[in-house]
Design a binder for this molecule. Structure first.
Ligand code: PMP
Length: 453
């Protein structure tokens, strides 16, 4: 029989149905609540992707604190998903909760800055480097606005992205390579415009392809994560980031780093840890401790170019900004996070825990002789059900085994461990305890025992 990532299909099937039954049986209150209340929502969920979790029906969360989450049936879960990075510093960090309580008495949105905004700006520069900052509510928006600026100042139409990337629901980045051409992703809903007109997609780690694309003179900016994190994780090869910087300068394109996930790397993100120098930096999700906030910043020279452009721009909507962005709650939480949560001490603890987790998972994989591997980017750990290392998005897509991953995720959940749904990603927060990590490793071992022996 054909093995799936080394696993016999009958073993996988047996695990999947056993775990599915177990989940259903143990959650009577959740079932009843959903039956009574989910009907008002489109497809029964407030965000359509909530049906993409591997459970037969969604969990309903009662509360979360630190790295623990409790569902309405009373089960406690060790949370390694952490809102897919939004809560990377733990759920409701104390300084953020305090800032929220304080700001709640002072108004929620005014369309004017507060003194916290000024302090947050100073702290952003201290943490990430010399940029001229703007705030948005989602990383999606931050990327969209960054792309507008890049096109405006360069007068060029296209963004260069990497196959397998994800930068939020940014139209231009919703492309993939098919037969060497840049086309809209297959799953896109209601797509009309030809995205090949505004984006060029090449493989990550392919310096020659990057240069060829830049030679067209059409590329306004390269938009990339320092590490491809949104398929199976793909690390940059030695010299890749240097090449992006050198080539983008040579051909007059800007370099945008989206650190929304790689902020896991260490204090100041991957770019600071590895001394990269983007023209535009984007960070979202956890930057205000879980309060919906993203920031994007322009290097001072680019800020000047944009000011010159702006001075001659006809009056009218800029296409940048949303009404609730830049609200005082965001600034209060941004300030609290930068000051008291996103600290070296926090990263030290995250790094230590993540090292323990990745070593433990690798040991289990080894012991079962599974043809799998583990990758880690600071606090972000991923097991990949294929041999490694992966070097580009095409390989990363092939490394995904959706049925196997769904069964594994559900089996982990039934053993009290919640991991991110769209990939095999586990985050370590400063609040994550050693015993939680060890429970996850033990659960992983038990599940691989079912699959492999
Ligand atoms: N950039 C990256 C690298 C991401 O992974 C994501 C979301 N997974 C986004 C941007 C978009 O973030 P949001 O959904 O908060 O807009």
């Amino acid at each position: 029989t054909d093995l799936i990532a080394g696993v016999r299909p009958d073993r996988l099937q047996a695990l999947a149905s056993r775990e599915s039954r177990r989940y259903g049986k143990t959650r009577p209150q959740t079932r009843a609540a959903l039956a009574a209340g989910a009907g008002a929502w489109l497809a029964g969920v407030p965000m359509h992707w909530m049906t993409d979790w591997p459970m037969p029906f969604p969990l309903l969360v009662a509360k979360a604190k630190g790295a623990r989450l409790t569902d309405i049936d009373g089960y406690g879960l060790d949370d390694f998903c952490l809102g897919d990075t939004g809560s990377m510093f733990g759920h409701s960090p104390k300084p953020v909760a305090r800032a929220i309580r304080k700001q709640a008495r002072l108004g929620l949105t005014y369309m004017l800055p507060s003194e916290d905004a000024l302090e947050a700006g100073r702290l952003l520069t201290k943490r990430f480097g010399d940029f001229r900052w703007q705030v948005a509510t989602t990383a999606t928006d931050a990327n969209r606005f960054a792309l507008r600026v890049a096109r405006a100042v360069t007068g060029r139409p296209k963004v260069l992205v990497f196959n397998g990337c994800y930068h939020g629901t940014v139209d231009e980045a919703m492309v993939e390579m098919r037969d060497g051409k840049t086309v809209a992703r297959q799953g896109l809903v209601g797509q009309v415009a030809d995205l090949g007109l505004t984006a060029t997609c090449v493989e990550f780690n392919d310096v020659a392809a990057v240069e060829a694309a830049l030679q067209s003179g059409e590329i306004a900016a390269i938009l990339t994560e320092p590490v491809l994190t949104n398929s199976c994780m793909v690390l940059p090869e030695a010299g890749f980031h240097d090449a992006l910087r050198t080539l983008s300068r040579r051909y007059g394109a800007l370099l945008i780093l989206d650190e929304t996930h790689t902020i896991s790397s260490g204090l100041g993100g991957y770019g600071r840890v590895h001394s990269l120098s983007p023209d535009i930096l984007v960070v979202g999700k956890c930057v205000a401790g879980g309060m919906p906030t993203a920031v994007w910043g322009l290097r001072p020279d680019l800020a000047e170019r944009f000011a010159a452009y702006n001075a001659t721009r006809p009056a009218g909507h800029s296409g940048m900004g949303t009404t609730l962005s830049g609200n005082p709650m965001q600034f209060a939480c941004l300030r609290a996070t930068l000051q008291d949560v996103m600290t070296q001490d926090a990263y030290d603890r995250m790094e230590k825990g993540a090292t323990r987790l990745s070593a433990g998972l690798a040991r289990v994989i080894d012991a079962h002789r599974a043809p799998w591997h583990v990758v880690r980017v600071g606090a972000r750990v991923e097991f990949i059900c294929a041999p490694g290392p992966l070097t580009n998005g095409t390989q990363a897509a092939t490394a995904h085994h959706p049925d196997l991953e769904a069964a594994l995720h559900l089996a982990l959940l039934n053993r009290g461990c919640l991991i991110a749904p769209f990939h095999n990603m586990m985050l370590i927060s400063p609040a994550t305890r050693k015993r939680q990590i060890d429970r996850l490793i033990a659960a992983f071992d038990e599940i691989l025992t079912h699959l492999f022996t």
